[in-house]
Design a protein around this ligand. Structure first.
Ligand code: ADP
Length: 258
């Protein structure tokens, strides 16, 4: 099914009892079910190894060969499988945790234009798309630079520009603030707050979560352990500590006696 159901619009993202083992046998996801509505901005939090990146990879079908998943992933009501992959790749933009996994062209302009070209944008529009996407991430004028010679934070922004250039309905971002300086981080948060796409953000930046994401999904050992309003989950000290996290400082100031 590709259209909305009789009950209304299909969820932007739905995982149904998704389980996954990496080829070496380690279990990364165990019966994960969740549903995210169009336009939501949701944080995925949890300790290292909880399964956050593995979920994001599933959203656009980037799975290692020979390691079949159980359950299902649906994007806008459409099951992610071999037949739907080309369409899914266009509608889900994934920002990798490591920018070096995502940058492979000789110039910033080529790199940012790669996705739109791949998806058939006419050549006459590419230059403008690249220019506008770079401006959105604060890298106006970087077109001719070599991505390999940029700082880690700048590389990250180039990758984000490349994702935004494809105008995806779903943005899946893995640790988007991890290499940014405070100003870059603030600008990224402001940018993400204004984007109407459905956003799923795997992160340890819990202050960003409080600023940006009304909803948080807490994962540990490949399972969903909590899913609800961000402030409620992040303010639950016992829950946070039990899963290797800390209650964010700003909440300590807001609710000092809890
Ligand atoms: P997170 O993003 O929350 O840190 P991951 O999704 O990266 O968690 O990892 C989930 C589990 O899968 C961990 O146990 C991790 O060691 C394992 N894992 C991740 N990537 C690979 C891989 N390429 N090969 C084998 N195991 C992996």
């Amino acid at each position: 099914m590709t259209m909305g159901t009789a009950m209304g619009m299909a969820p932007a993202i739905e995982l149904r009892e998704l389980s996954f083992h990496y080829p070496d046998g380690s279990e990364a996801l165990s019966r994960v079910s969740l549903s995210i509505s169009p336009g939501e901005c949701v944080a995925l939090v949890g300790p290292n190894g909880a399964g956050k990146s593995t979920i994001l990879l599933h959203l656009n079908g980037l799975l290692p060969d020979g390691a079949p998943s159980k359950g299902a992933v649906l994007i806008a009501g459409r099951v992610v499988d071999k037949a739907s992959l080309p369409a899914i790749r266009k509608s889900v933009g994934l920002l990798f945790q490591d920018a070096d996994d995502q940058i492979f062209c000789a110039s910033v302009a080529e790199d940012v234009g790669f996705g739109p070209r791949q998806f058939g944008e006419p050549e006459s529009r590419i230059e403008e798309i690249v220019r506008a996407s770079l401006a959105r991430v604060g890298l106006g004028g970087f077109e001719r630079r070599s991505p390999q010679r940029l700082s880690a934070g700048e590389k990250r922004r180039v990758c984000l520009a490349g994702v935004l250039a494809c105008d995806p309905a779903v943005l899946a971002l893995d640790e988007p603030t991890s290499t940014l300086d405070p100003r870059g981080r603030r600008e990224l948060i402001n940018l993400l707050a204004r984007i109407p796409a459905t956003r799923v953000i795997a992160t340890h930046d819990l202050e960003m979560v409080l600023d940006l994401c009304p909803r948080t999904i807490l994962l540990d050992q490949g399972q969903v352990v909590a899913d609800g309003p961000s402030e409620e989950i992040l303010d639950n000290e016992a829950l946070m500590l039990a899963h290797g996290l800390e209650r964010p400082h700003s909440l300590l100031h807001r609710h000092p006696h809890r």
